[in-house]
Design a binder for this molecule. Structure first.
Ligand code: UD1
Ligand code: CA
Length: 466
């Protein structure tokens, strides 16, 4: 079954009071638009049309960045709704621009991030196989204010949807079943009749929910589908709702991970991306953020006070008070406390980046240790190396970046400055406080510092003088 999804993401999002598109706002590090696109893709939609308008360059760019290297890139396209005349108008523009005029079409509000793929799938088949012209996802939120209300006929079928602003006070009080902003339509009937929506209402907008009455007037069946978990149907119109939905998403993700065997010291204090994986018996400490496609292995300790973005870690790693971005850690790696691992860092088995250590675009070999107060950049380090406290690779000459290599089992004395480009061989030693500007052969000691002078009795002479 080829299902097309149309995602409505062109609105101004006025209530967000933002300089950005509403759908660019993130929930657990992922833009709202991508939550909805991912749900549509996971439901099996083979074509996803995103209607963009307000801040359309920004929305196009974030969609392109999120999917360009994925198998779904070809399935996703954006169409521009230049004038934003309402959700009904947005769908009309999408159909006109793409020429879609048949097959099941699912329409999703772009501000409906918690919608589940399974719901969309069930929904699309209701229309594709159940002989209905349309289906509307409904829910009963604790606070229905702001949502379109479902008016039922005597026989329990849906009559029409009345927007909050068009409700009489009685309707607003009595009708508690709400429109979630997720619809399935027979594409041919949608294309044939979407032009019949008018803007004769309180907001002078073309309302997509009016399709219910229009299809019914043409003698077609429209069904409602009640979503038992009201949280799936919540929309985001304000910052308060953004925070509320972030909390719900966090709770769901952490509950799933706990069910899979991950320990959370306090699940209310860990913000894990929906795209992250964590292996069993790993422990997540408070104030941990995993952003993007992090993959953490088994038996790891993550946090506290840690932010990892697209980090891949093997088993048995300790990642304590660490910020890491686009980094690969193999097994039994130890980081922190207070370490900063930047893109391109690859730490091999049993290696260590300790306290106040920054590493960028470098490979740290098996069992090698950079324990204290170091900066290592553009470096290839062998195995079994020990880098003494305060040692630094001087990789930048003010204009260009240069590489450093350090061979296996080499001992870098404390406070060594390695002025790149420079190669330090295997089994070598650098004397503490040396500034290494020339290559060091295998097995050699390189020492660069002035001889120490000792002036006996100096303190007493100085005191007498002063
Ligand atoms: C809409 C529904 C309401 C439903 C609620 C669910 C309409 C008229 N009302 O109300 O019945 O209960 O969602 O959350 O549809 N958009 C466009 N182009 C436009 C206007 C809007 O793409 O011209 C997009 C917005 O970016 C947004 C979505 O459509 O993602 C919904 O628009 P919004 O203004 O948030 O509608 P609601 O007032 O929440
Ligand atoms: Ca909305």
């Amino acid at each position: 079954m080829d299902v097309t999804a149309i995602i409505l993401a062109a609105g101004e999002g006025t209530r967000m009071k933002s300089n950005h598109a509403k759908v660019s706002h993130q929930i657990l590090g992922k833009p709202m638009a991508c939550w909805v696109i991912d749900a549509a893709l996971a439901a099996g939609c083979t074509r996803v049309v995103v209607v963009v308008g307000s801040h359309s360059d920004e929305v196009r760019a974030l969609i392109s960045a999120a999917y360009k290297d994925t198998p779904h890139a070809a399935a996703i396209e954006c169409v521009e709704q230049i004038e934003r005349l309402g959700t009904g108008h947005a769908v009309r523009v999408a159909l006109e621009e793409t020429g879609i005029a048949e097959g099941p079409v699912v329409v999703l509000n772009g501000d409906l991030p918690l919608i589940q793929a399974e719901t969309i799938r069930t929904f699309a088949s209701t229309v594709a196989e159940g002989g209905h012209a349309g289906a509307i996802l409904t829910f009963t939120p604790p606070e229905p204010f702001g949502y379109g209300r479902i008016e039922l006929a005597e026989n329990g079928s849906v009559n029409r949807i009345i927007e909050q602003k068009d409700c009489t006070p009685e309707q607003a009080a009595e009708l508690t079943e709400c429109n979630a902003g997720c619809y399935a339509f027979d594409g041919a009937l949608l294309a044939a009749h979407v032009g019949e929506i008018t803007s004769d209402n309180a907001q002078s907008e073309y309302y997509l929910p009016d399709m219910v009455e229009i299809l019914k007037d043409h003698g077609h069946s429209v069904t409602i589908f009640h979503c038992d978990d009201y949280r799936d149907g919540l929309g985001v119109n304000s910052r308060a709702q953004l925070a509320e939905l972030t909390g719900i998403a966090r709770g769901r993700i952490n509950a799933r991970l706990m069910a899979e065997g991950v320990t959370f010291i306090d699940p209310a204090q860990a913000w894990i991306s929906p795209d992250a994986q964590i292996g069993r018996d790993s422990v997540v400490w408070p104030q941990t953020h995993l952003i993007g496609a992090c993959r953490i292995g088994e038996d790891c300790q993550v946090g506290p006070n840690t932010r990892l973005t697209n980090v891949v870690a093997g088993n048995g790693c300790t990642i304590d008070e660490t910020v890491a971005i686009d980094v690969v850690l193999e097994n039994n790696v130890s980081c922190g406390p207070r370490c900063y691992l930047r893109p391109g860092t690859h730490m091999l088995d049993g290696s260590k980046a300790g306290t106040h250590v920054e590493i960028k675009k470098s490979t740290i070999g098996e069992g090698s240790k950079v324990p204290h107060l170091s900066y290592i950049g553009d470096t290839t380090m062998g195995s079994g190396v020990n880098v003494g406290a305060g040692s630094i690779t001087c990789n930048y000459d003010g204009k260009n970046k240069h590489a450093t290599t350090i061979g296996d089992r080499t001992f870098i004395g404390s406070d060594t400055m390695m002025v790149a480009p420079v190669n330090i061989g295997a089994d070598a030693i650098t004397g503490a406080s040396s500034c290494i500007t020339r290559d060091v052969p295998d097995g050699a000691l390189a020492i660069e510092r002035s001889d120490q002078r000792v002036l006996e009795g100096y303190t007493e002479r100085r005191r007498a003088r002063l």
